[in-house]
Ligand binder design. Structure first.
Ligand code: FCB
Length: 408
């Protein structure tokens, strides 16, 4: 029997654009524009309706309670800034069911009036953080400034596979700088408003086969080092900004899905999401991958958590996303096996000294998986997109027992 530390925060995660729908009740985001542009998202899927969580949140919170979740990680849609009362209602509903609200301020749905290539966007983000705190700050357990700035920078402004769909090898670095600045300014704004628990969530991917360390720097260190050490391995960010970025935080959110395997190959052009990676070739996954074609690599999670506690000591860790897309069935044994292996990998890391405080499964429910639209299902709850009916999958029932036993 594997048990987790007392008070371990078992949860599930979602993001506003991926589940809320009700697009007519808010301003437009870059994802509205992108998903309505032909050819950008599979089969022209959009988040206009999504899971209609905006109208069905009561039912969804009841399902969270049925699973036994201790915490729920959601994101606030910045395009709702004129009226954030939806989150007021959501947070009250969660608290009534004894579920801790963990709120992310930015999970990619940037209002169309902003662009991360503009430095001003970081200052606008801090104002938005203040506003959000005013509405729900008295009831949120943990704030997260940004979700996965690497993806916003290198997929949104590098390969262009995500909104706003810019293809560039230079812009990602400007955007990453401004996102990090937004994290620093946003953290200062939250503190000034009274927040005691502030974090950032990074997608961190161990790299296998790159002796030069370049990919690790581009994928992981260029975000970790400025936030946690106040240094920039690429030496692009001015010192004054590094000071702002290097705010004390109360937890580091880790999104973990897979590993990167690369091999030296002088004829390879590299990856458009890792500018400067010519001469490296990405290898296919080992073993049977998930429906995203991502390798199932629980060992990478143990290594990552142990490395983080060694290289960045003193910051508690939370897994803010981990999960897998598999075929559309409620009898999702593959997902149970995936989660079981990763929970064990996390327990092994704790055993080796990692200060891991919580684990949020991605995702609470099937949802709009960005460029893949509704084709990739990560949920532990199934969503029927014709009727919007929800059904607990076997993984949700299995997770219920894990939470009840605080272990496996
Ligand atoms: C992460 C995102 C999340 C979801 C998962 C599968 O990169 O943060 O919204 O799409 O991947």
């Amino acid at each position: 029997m594997i048990t987790f530390p007392d008070g371990f925060l078992w949860g599930a995660a979602t993001a506003s654009y991926q589940i809320e729908g009700a697009a007519d009740t808010r301003e437009q985001s870059i994802w509205d524009v992108f998903s309505h542009t032909p050819g950008k998202v599979a089969d022209g899927h959009t988040g206009d309706v999504a899971c209609d969580h905006y109208h069905r949140y009561r039912e969804d919170v009841a399902l969270m309670a049925e699973i036994g979740l201790k915490a729920y990680r959601f994101s606030i849609a910045w395009p709702r800034i004129a009226d954030l009362s939806f989150y007021d209602r959501l947070v009250d509903e969660l608290l009534e069911r004894g579920i801790s609200p963990v709120a992310t301020l930015y999970h990619w749905d940037l209002p169309v009036t902003y662009d991360w290539r503009d430095r001003d966007t970081a200052y606008a983000f801090a104002d938005y953080a203040t506003k959000a705190y005013e509405v729900i700050g008295d009831r949120v357990s943990m704030w997260t400034t940004l979700n996965e700035p690497w993806v916003s920078a290198f997929v949104g402004y590098g390969s262009g596979r995500h909104a706003p769909g810019v293809e560039s090898s230079e812009d990602p670095f400007t955007v990453a700088h401004h996102l990090l600045l937004a994290h620093g300014l946003g953290t200062q704004a939250l503190r000034a408003a009274g927040a005691s628990q502030v974090s950032i969530t990074l997608n961190l991917t161990p790299v296998i086969g790159d002796e030069s360390g370049l990919i690790d720097t581009l994928a992981n260190r260029m975000f970790l080092d400025p936030v946690l050490l106040g240094t920039d391995p690429l030496e692009r960010i001015p010192d004054d900004d590094l000071k702002i970025i290097n705010q004390p935080i109360d937890a580091l959110g880790v999104n973990y899905y897979t590993v990167n395997r690369v091999v030296v190959d002088p004829s390879s052009p590299g990856s458009p999401e890792h500018p400067g990676s010519a001469g490296l070739r990405w290898l296919p996954p080992e073993g049977t991958p998930t429906e995203m074609n991502w390798e199932v690599a629980p060992f990478g999670l143990t290594d990552l958590l142990v490395r983080l506690s060694r290289d960045y000591p003193g910051t508690p860790l939370m897994i803010t996303e981990n999960g897998a897309a598999y075929e559309d069935t409620v009898h999702d044994q593959d997902r149970i096996a995936y989660l079981d292996a990763h929970f064990r990998a996390a327990a092994a890391a704790i055993e080796q000294g990692a200060d891991l405080r919580g684990y949020f499964v991605w995702s609470l429910m099937d949802n709009f998986e960005w460029a893949y639209g509704y084709h990739k299902r990560f949920g532990i709850i199934r969503v029927d997109y014709d009727t919007l009916e929800r059904t607990l999958k076997d993984s949700a029932r299995w997770y219920h027992d894990v939470i009840l036993n605080n272990g496996l």
